[in-house]
Write a protein that binds this ligand. Sequence first.
Ligand code: FE2
Ligand code: FE2
Length: 189
Amino acid sequence: MELKVATDPRWLPHALAHFDELLVDHAHCEKKAAANALSLLQAHPEVPGLPAQMARLAREESAHLAKVLQLMETRGLALGRDAGDPYAKGLQQLIRHGAKERRLDRLLVAGIIESRSHERLQLLADGLTDPSLRRLYAELAKSEDGHQKLFVRLAKNVDPAEVVEARLEVLLTAEASLIAGLPLRAAVH
Ligand SMILES: [Fe+2]
Ligand SMILES: [Fe+2]
C-alpha cells in the first residue's frame, strides 16, 4: 500500500533529539503489535492463513519488543505504563461495526499502522548516526514493510480484492488527515 502523505520533515529531528522518549514509545508499539496479532487470531480463525500468520507475527513482534527493551536497558530506561497512542486511537475509531466490515477494517488498520511504522523506522535508520542503531532500525523497518503486505493479503483471502482496495483507499485518506492533525511527538506515530 502507499501512504497518502509523507511524514512531516520536522518529525525526524524531533525524534532524534528525544530518542530515549521515542524508544519507550517504540517498545509500547511493538508490544501492541504482538498483542494485536494474538487478538486477531482469537477473533478471526476463519480467515484462510490467518491463524498461522498471526502466530508467526506475534513471535516476530515479541522479538522486536525484546530488542527494543534490551536497548532501553543499556540506556537505563524503564518501560512504565503506556500513555496511549492518539494515532492508533484515531484509526480505531474508523473501524465499522458489522461483523464483516469490522474484520476487514481491523486487518487494514493493522496494515496501515505497519506501513506508517515502516516509513518512520526507515527515517530513523537513515537519520541515526550510531551504526548499530542504524542497522537495527533498518532491519525493523524492513520487517514492518513485510507486515503491511501480509495484512492486505489476508484481507484479500476473505473479501473480494476490489472491496479491499476501495476500503483501503478510504482508510488511507483518513489516515493522512489524522497524522497531519496530530502534534509533533517523539513517538513512532
Ligand atoms: Fe514490529
Ligand atoms: Fe509489524
